[in-house]
Design a protein around this ligand. Structure first.
Ligand code: GCO
Ligand code: MN
Ligand code: MN
Length: 386
């Protein structure tokens, strides 16, 4: 019942199941695997797709011959397993050249190199079938605001996005961009720190229709924000092109925990939202196994992400079919229609009539909304007692 199938669109990055357990305080706890080996691992656990940064697949210093050999092995693994590549992205953070940003570096040579690297990486992604291209500007920020003009940074970022949109159009690629916000880490502060900032930024681009967002659970939770509200806003704006699923305790370092392993309730509302609205994009798990794990543990991690998603999807269906819960919801949204005359398009007559309407504030506010009962029913449902 909770077995992942291709139609669930579960994807993982090479960097997620390929994470070798390095952290700022200690070295790797797992040996590294080749991209092809990781594809076989993903095939084994039942994932639909694999995503990559250019340098997850091809090391930054690889020769053309080396690159060809890697691509050949990777292609074979994809063919053998049926795993597909729906998304690709650029590593604009790992190399020392990006220490002060990529598209927003003060150094024009770095900015130009970042655009060049992204064009090459777009070519690579498209070569393997990617239809979504993610931009995560991990180094686009500051430690000290004496170093850089934020206004210049925003302009440089816009210029780069406009240039790259034109590149995609020029090449005739069928590719959409998805911008991923993060408030901090690795920079002390990153520009466009939330999905809301990204949505506003997108509207200033030359081709906003090509650009949407890739919200990530952990990134909004790090900032103490409600992730579902961000996702809903992106969805309502027609901008939910991709999503990064993981988990995170608020106010801590970037944890990248297994999906649903920390805030099960938030995960439930998220899955319910995605399923209810009919989101058809990828369910991408941008997380990694605990440092304590070997590769069997990595498989447990990957299977766990998908299993939890499917269990929560099942719970969402149960919520929607639960007579008591639905009756409560109906009651809170019940409407006698008497206010309909005041909504919709403005007219002077409508405004006049609304100004004259009397409201019994005490009567209206005295009604208990029964959200305590509703929430407890949700908890009962999640804990399996309903
Ligand atoms: C992070 C980010 C990255 C991006 C990835 C795709 O916190 O490191 O979530 O994992 O999602 O670089 O662009
Ligand atoms: Mn992240
Ligand atoms: Mn991410």
């Amino acid at each position: 019942m909770y077995t992942p199938k291709p139609e669930h669109k579960f994807t993982f990055g090479l960097w997620t199941v390929g994470n070798i357990g390095r952290d700022p305080f200690g070295g790797p706890t797992r040996e590294s695997k080749t991209p092809a080996e990781l594809v076989y691992l993903l095939g084994e656990v039942g994932a639909y797709g694999v995503n990559f940064h250019d340098n997850d697949l091809i090391p930054i210093d690889a020769t053309l011959t080396e690159a060809d050999a890697i691509k050949k092995d990777f292609r074979k693994a994809l063919d053998d397993t049926g795993v597909v590549v729906p998304m690709a992205t650029t590593n604009l953070f790992g190399d020392p050249i990006f220490k002060d940003g990529a598209f927003t570096s003060n150094d024009s040579k770095v900015r130009a190199y970042a655009i060049q690297k992204t064009m090459n990486s777009i070519d690579l992604g498209v070569e393997f079938g990617a239809s979504n291209y993610v931009f995560w500007g991990g180094r686009e920020g500051t430690e000290t605001d004496s170093s850089k003009s934020t206004v210049d940074a925003i302009k440089w970022n816009r210029e780069a996005m406009n240039f790259l949109c034109e590149y995609v159009l020029d090449k005739g690629y069928d590719l959409k961009f998805a911008l991923e916000a993060k408030p901090n880490e690795p920079r002390a502060d990153i520009f466009n720190p939330t999905t809301g900032h990204m949505l506003a930024f997108i509207e200033t681009l030359d081709h906003p229709e090509m650009v949407g967002v890739n919200p990530e659970v952990a990134h909004e939770h790090m900032a103490g924000l409600n992730f579902i509200h961000s996702v809903a806003q992106a969805w309502e704006a027609g901008k939910l092109f991709h999503i990064d699923l993981n988990d995170q305790y608020p106010g801590r370092y970037d944890q990248d925990l297994r999906f649903g392993s920390r805030d099960i309730k938030a995960a439930f509302y998220l899955v319910k939202f995605l399923e209810d609205v009919g989101y058809e994009g990828m369910r991408h798990f941008d997380a990694h196994a605990y440092r304590t794990e070997d590769y069997e543990g990595v498989k447990d991690f990957a299977r766990g992400c998908m299993r939890t998603y499917l269990m929560l999807k099942d719970k969402a269906a149960q919520f929607n079919a639960d007579a008591e819960i639905q009756a409560l919801l109906e009651e809170t949204t019940a409407d006698d229609g008497s206010m309909d005359q005041y909504f919709g398009k403005y007219s002077a007559a409508k405004a006049q009539a609304l100004k004259a309407q009397a409201f019994d504030r005490t009567a209206i506010s005295s009604r208990g909304l029964q959200y305590e009962r509703l929430d407890q029913l949700t908890i009962d449902l999640l804990l399996g007692t309903r």
